[in-house]
Design a protein around this ligand. Structure first.
Ligand SMILES: Cc1cc2nc3c(=O)[nH]c(=O)nc-3n(C[C@H](O)[C@H](O)[C@H](O)COP(=O)(O)OP(=O)(O)OC[C@H]3O[C@@H](n4cnc5c(N)ncnc54)[C@H](O)[C@@H]3O)c2cc1C
Length: 648
């Protein structure tokens, strides 16, 4: 039974891989943990992840020589030097542990087959003999932007397998899960987070949960791009919204939005990068492999930002295939053969047949780039603790930890959810063990009353105001067409004006259904303003960043500018302010100096400051922007210069 005020040690908002892994760690350390989720945890978006999870295991011939250091290098280059290098380094070291732990939890990893194996590399058929002693080890496939085959996979249902295994562990530990609940605001006293206000989606009733530690694990904000996203309909960025609404906690790098090259046209359902990793290639309307011209070295396996841009340009140049839903390109995986498709890419086989009515072993697959991943999110320190508000943590796609910078590498997100879930979960447990829950319950009841008033105000409105669904659709059109793969100052300015208008419209919108209980229209109305505010932080952040870095590409500022923009955007939005306020902190301690990524353009504006002098000010500057102290000294895990032996 739900009562109006509940307590727990650790409150985890989100039942995807990151939230559940974090809760497991806290519960295993003896803390009482409660998970809240919009949907039953196994339906979280993590379940849709397909192609793989990166970890330097070096289990097959094409992975020989791999190591956490090589993984670190790939991740930093992939991020276009936007990542916090210390976090990227910790992540790369811990990812192999996370993969093996999943095997222990029951994930049926696809395995190496000793002896002769038939692969496709850069479009060519190749036979490779895998060592007999490696037979049965966790298999690895190629992915974009990596020097080695590193993505561990369970056919093309990696997220499904991982989430079911992790959720079984949650059940085994007896962790309380409240599904069909939605957190609508955080409870805090200005310096300490005290829990959250929750709306029960079954009844429409509100309750508060006070906790020693609160963790935001709500996934990404892809749905601000409306229908132009591969994300589930529940990925509305509500975790980022509740942090932004505090007016205290900043979001990081919101303008860093990833577009995935291959989603099925027109539905937008993802077709994994594993297709290209396993040897699939892209064709224009003349059946020409344009990526070979554009990126002779990495071809279809350059990073996602680079491939998506080449695809968008190809279609702008009139080489897309016309369709009633707009132009698309082709993904050719016919040569992989039915047996390969029905085993190693089973989910792709099913998706093509069920959602496009085509047989990918015989027919070309229509694809185009679509919004896919949110690199931005709640800005946290190395421990996962949010800036400026003690006791609030964030993990997974909801967080800006920040190992992805301006472009995430494929397979690095699943790995992040489990690595950060484990590491941050440990810190959360330590935090909860070190404090008492003694706090003024008045903060909870005030926050509850404010939330209830918001819902009542929506229901009271009458007249013929705009529909919330029209506002949502208009937001999606603006974001895709003016804050998309290619961005310019003029279009971004238009986007900011459009969004300001939509925010006004939202204040006048009227609901068709006035039921206070189970009412999806009301539930969405309560999210809409927050989504528009998030969209505004993306558009304004992109307008301000006058350079191109990773997925943020400005046609009017096409070069990466390390002299002026080797920094992270922070955005806060006080409730009484019409606009958000922006500030910039150093990206983090640098070990690998900024350079060429190995794909994409090599032209850039170089920094003139020395790395040592940049690094000297990083810690103080970040603290000045709200970073709370972390448990270890920053930089203690960054083994300086280890990368040099891998760079020739
Ligand atoms: C189609 C697809 C395929 C992908 N494939 C891969 C891949 O192969 N490899 C890879 O590394 N990455 C992949 N990704 C990315 C990866 O799946 C996600 O980044 C990752 O799973 C996010 O996990 P998470 O735990 O952070 O969030 P999610 O899994 O999105 O979970 C969020 C949770 O928060 C809950 N929630 C949200 N808002 C609230 C609220 N207000 N109150 C209460 N609960 C809330 C939801 O119910 C859900 O339980 C893919 C992404 C997509 C879209």
């Amino acid at each position: 039974m739900i009562t109006r005020l509940e307590t727990t040690d650790v409150l985890v908002i989100g039942g995807g891989l990151a939230g559940e892994r974090c809760a497991i760690e806290a519960a295993a350390a003896g803390q009482e943990a409660m998970i809240l989720s919009l949907v039953p945890p196994r339906r979280s978006h993590s379940c849709a992840a397909q192609g793989g999870m990166q970890a330097a295991l070096a289990n097959c011939v094409k992975a020989e020589g791999d190591s956490p250091t090589v993984h670190f290098l790939d991740t930093v280059r992939g991020s276009d030097w936007g990542a916090d290098q210390e976090v990227a380094n910790i992540f790369a070291e811990e990812a192999p542990v996370a993969v093996r732990e999943l095997a222990h939890f029951g994930v049926p990893w696809s395995r190496v087959k000793g002896g002769r194996n038939h692969y496709f590399i850069k479009g060519e058929a190749v036979d490779i003999d895998e060592a007999a002693e490696n037979d049965g080890l966790i298999g690895q496939r190629d992915f974009g932007g990596t020097a080695k085959w590193r993505a561990c996979y369970a056919a093309a249902g990696t997220g499904h397998a991982a989430l079911y295994a992790i959720d079984s562990e949650v059940v085994r530990l007896g962790i309380t899960v409240r599904d069909r609940t939605e957190v609508v605001s955080l409870i805090h006293d200005g310096s300490r987070c005290l829990g959250a206000v929750v709306r029960c989606l079954r009844t429409g009733k509100y309750f508060a949960v006070m906790a020693k530690a609160t963790v935001i694990a709500t996934g990404g904000y892809g749905r601000i791009y409306g229908q132009y996203t591969s994300n589930a309909t529940i990925n509305e960025g509500t975790g980022a919204v509740i942090a932004l609404d505090t007016g205290i906690v900043p979001l990081g790098n919101m303008e860093a939005v990833q577009f995935h090259p291959t989603t099925l046209s027109p539905s937008g359902i993802l077709v994994t990068e594993g297709c290209r990793g396993d040897g699939g290639y892209l064709l224009d309307k003349n059946l020409h492999r344009f990526m070979v011209d554009a990126e002779p070295e990495k071809q279809e396996l350059a990073s996602r930002d680079v491939v998506s841009r080449h695809m968008a340009q190809c279609m702008r140049d009139g080489k897309g295939v016309d369709s009633p839903y707009g132009p698309h390109l082709w993904l050719d995986i016919r040569h992989l053969g039915e047996e390969h498709l029905r085993t190693k890419l089973l989910e792709v086989w099913d998706i093509c047949r069920d959602f496009a009515g085509l047989n990918p072993a015989e027919e070309l697959v229509p694809v185009r780039p679509t919004q896919h991943y949110s690199m931005g999110g709640v800005r946290v320190n190395k421990d996962g603790e949010a800036y400026s508000l003690s006791g609030l943590f964030a993990v997974g796609e909801a967080a800006c930890w920040d190992m992805h910078g301006f472009n995430r590498l494929g397979g690095n997100s699943l790995a992040e959810t489990l690595v950060s879930g484990r590491l941050v979960g440990r810190r959360v447990a330590e935090h909860a063990a070190g404090i008492s829950l003694r706090a003024d319950t008045g903060y909870a009841f005030d926050a509850l009353a404010a939330a209830e008033k918001r819902a009542a105000d929506w229901l009271k409105r009458s007249g013929n105001g705009p529909s919330i669904y029209d506002i949502r659709d208009a937001m999606g059109e603006t974001m895709m067409h003016k804050v998309g793969i290619f961005r310019s100052g003029d279009e971004l300015q238009e986007a900011v004006s459009d969004l300001a208008q939509l925010l006004d419209d939202c204040d006048n919108a009227v609901l068709r259904c006035k039921d206070p209980g189970v009412n999806p229209e009301l539930a969405f109305a309560l999210r809409l303003k927050g989504m528009l505010r998030l969209a505004m932080t993306v558009a304004m952040g992109a307008r301000a960043r006058t350079e191109s870095r990773g997925a943020h590409f400005r046609t009017d500022f096409p070069l990466r500018n390390d002299e002026e923009w080797l920094n992270r955007t922070l955005v806060r939005w006080a409730a009484d302010q019409p606009e958000p306020s922006f500030s910039y902190e150093p990206t983090g301690l640098i070990d690998l100096p900024p350079g060429h990524r190995g794909y994409g353009s090599d032209e850039r504006i170089e920094m003139t400051q020395s790395i040592d002098s940049y690094n000297e000010s990083v810690l103080d500057e970040q603290a000045r922007h709200g970073r709370l102290a972390s448990n270890e000294d920053m930089g203690s895990r960054l083994s300086r210069g280890a990368w040099q032996e891998f760079v020739h």
